[in-house]
Design a protein around this ligand. Structure first.
Ligand SMILES: [Zn+2]
Length: 322
């Protein structure tokens, strides 16, 4: 906001009985018993500010239909929308200082009269009480929030920061590799005794993801994807070793090792005599992958739950109304 615009906002604030904060370019205060904010740093021009009213009616919000009717016959109102905290009016574009202040006053008076006529009361978005409030930036937007609600929002975001450890990706990858080796050992050992898939697939998923989280400090979506790639490769490798043993078994030659079997298997891929062997190899491989995926599900769920918790703190007020 430049000096000329600031001077106009000073005059507007004086006319409306509000307090102007030049640094943020917002005016705030009580207008006709409602907590309001005029945000001049909204969008393209300071002359189309956003006027927010903080109000509620027994927990009910304003409908979009009711809002549309406010505009009828009022030149100064460009748009009016309901939101979770009350209503917001975009002032119509115009030229000239006096006309601009007139438009803003029209919007303020019309908005307050509408809310009053429809039984709405001034309300803090956090506790819904008709209480003194101050402009606070919560979840990226300025809101008129009471001291008590602001304190608890700060408290909650502090708690989140404490929980929000930094992810150490390199150590995480190391952990995921160690975990996947445990999973691979499980696939090979159980495979040796003829047990296939379910348990070893679950162990692969749990060991890899848990070790990633243990080593990195936290599991993020990025860490989950890295772990998943490691799981896919290690599961294939372990399953391949199992089948190399099966491939070797009928040969019973002293000098023929698992290594030789592993090297020879791909060369027999199109061999008609090995169609059944190939079918079983891939059949059980897909089943193994399916169980690995099932093992990942609890981690995916917890990732999304954490994301939702973060969003609730960013939009104070909505969480309590739900
Ligand atoms: Zn409150």
């Amino acid at each position: 906001m430049n000096k000329n615009v600031q001077a106009i906002y000073e005059e507007l604030s004086l006319t409306a009985g509000l307090t102007f904060i030049p640094k943020q370019g917002i005016a705030y205060g009580k207008f006709d018993s409602f907590n309001v904010i005029i945000n001049g740093n909204n969008g393209t021009s300071p002359f189309t500010p956003l006027i927010s009213f903080f109000a509620s009616k027994e927990g009910e919000g304003v409908t979009a239909e009711e809002c549309r009717n406010i505009r009828n016959g009022v030149d100064g109102i460009g748009d009016c929308k309901p939101n979770a905290e009350g209503i917001e009016i975009t002032v119509c574009m115009c030229s000239g200082k006096d006309k601009f202040i007139g438009y803003c006053m029209d919007s303020l008076k019309t908005g307050a009269a509408f809310l009053k006529a429809n039984g709405y009361k001034n309300a803090c978005p956090g506790c819904n009480n008709d209480i003194d409030a101050f402009p606070r930036k919560i979840g990226g937007a300025y809101m008129m929030v009471c001291d008590e609600c602001y304190k608890s929002a700060v408290e909650r975001s502090k708690q989140l920061k404490l929980v929000d450890k930094k992810e150490r990706s390199f150590l995480g990858v190391l952990g995921a590799l160690i975990g996947s080796v445990i999973g691979a050992a499980c696939i090979i050992l159980l495979g040796h005794f003829g047990y296939v898939t379910a348990i070893s697939g679950l162990v692969m998923a749990f060991a890899t993801l848990l070790c990633y989280r243990l080593f990195s400090g936290k599991l993020t979506i990025r860490g989950g994807i890295i772990s998943l790639i490691i799981m896919i490769i290690m599961t294939f490798a372990a399953h391949y070793v199992n089948y190399a043993f099966l491939y070797m078994a009928p040969k019973s030659l002293a000098e023929y090792t698992v290594w030789d079997a592993a090297m020879e298997m791909p060369t027999r891929y199109f061999d008609p005599g090995f169609r059944e062997f190939r079918r079983r190899f891939f059949g059980y491989l897909w089943l193994l992958y399916l169980y690995v995926f099932v093992g990942c599900v609890p981690f995916i769920v917890s990732l999304f739950r954490k994301k939702r918790a973060e969003n609730q703190i960013a939009t104070l007020g909505k969480a309590e109304e739900e």
